[in-house]
Design a protein around this ligand. Structure first.
Ligand code: AMP
Length: 283
């Protein structure tokens, strides 16, 4: 496995591999089974797999955990090597965003709600870094997790709007056996918080169940979800919502393809999760 840090190094490597079908998995490191499921899919579909590890300062707000974000560099490299990654790109922040860096990429409507409200500069940071990475790597396919569902839709929109010649592949959320969605931030949960965190996925599962049973009134379903999420937990719910899965607009009646989105805080740790569900056919 090659490890490249410089932009020029990556561009040179890429020119020598013009004919390859490249699968690309962008990450911020602290890799876990969720990331590896993306790498495995890329491995299956593509002749060459590139992973990037870059803790992107642009997507963190001023009071967020950029400096505390985990960076287990050696073990990440080792895992990538063992997973059959061909090239690991770990850009240096000083070169990626030099002092006179002035550009930004925004996806307007889709970025505004939910995570966009809670983290106002977050998606511009994500879309700017992803645009730069896709321009550099020029992959045939790039793999993103459903775990960050809004991010996935924002990136699909970006690629469509800017005519970037990369297929965005959605990969299912990988969970612990008790339902907790894997996340690099889970390592900061205490044992007690880890137990409390289960309320989020349990609430989403309950919402999915109610919709599958034919319940339609979104307010009633949300009330029940909230009850589960906060039952005997110290979890602070930021949002628990039922939306159109294509545009993330909130619904009042369950219909079509939906996504149930949730975000919650446990102390300093912020968790997000979501589940997709389709309204049952009326008999
Ligand atoms: P991150 O390193 O958190 O920026 O995530 C890199 C990629 O891994 C993103 O596309 C995430 O959606 C994806 N990802 C993170 N956690 C999971 C998970 N539990 N299951 C599937 N994909 C995930």
């Amino acid at each position: 496995m090659r490890i490249i840090r410089s932009i020029r190094g990556l561009q040179g490597w890429r020119r020598k591999h013009e004919n390859q079908i490249i699968g690309f998995v962008p990450t911020m490191g602290a890799l876990h089974e969720g990331h590896f499921s993306l790498i495995r899919q890329a491995r299956k579909h593509c002749s060459t797999v590139i992973v990037s590890i870059f803790v992107n300062p642009l997507q963190f707000g001023p009071s967020e955990d950029f400096s505390k974000y985990p960076r287990p560099v050696k073990s990440d490299q080792q895992w990538c090597r063992e997973s059959g990654v061909d090239l690991l790109f770990c850009p240096l922040s000083e070169e990626f965003y030099p002092q006179d860096f002035q550009s930004a990429v925004s996806v307007n409507r889709l970025s505004q709600r939910w995570e966009g409200e809670a983290r106002p500069t977050h998606f511009d940071g994500v879309t700017t870094v992803v645009t730069k990475l896709l321009n550099l790597v020029r992959p045939s396919q790039a793999y993103f997790g459903q775990k960050d569902y809004q991010q996935l839709l924002v990136i699909k929109q970006l690629v469509q709007d800017l005519n970037i010649d990369t297929k965005i592949v959605r990969c299912s959320t990988i969970r612990e056996s008790d339902g907790l969605a894997l996340s690099s931030r889970n390592r900061y949960l205490s044992e007690n918080q880890r137990r409390q965190a289960l309320g989020l996925s349990a609430a989403l599962r309950h919402g999915v169940q109610l919709i599958k049973l034919g319940k339609q009134g979104v307010r009633g379903i949300q009330r029940e979800m909230k009850k589960i999420a906060t039952k005997s937990t110290g979890m602070d719910i930021e949002y628990l919502t039922i939306c159109d899965a294509n545009n993330l607009e909130p619904l009042t009646l369950a219909k079509g393809n939906m996504v149930l989105l949730g975000a919650a805080r446990l102390g300093d740790i912020r968790l997000i999760d979501n589940m997709l569900v389709k309204a049952p056919k009326k008999s």
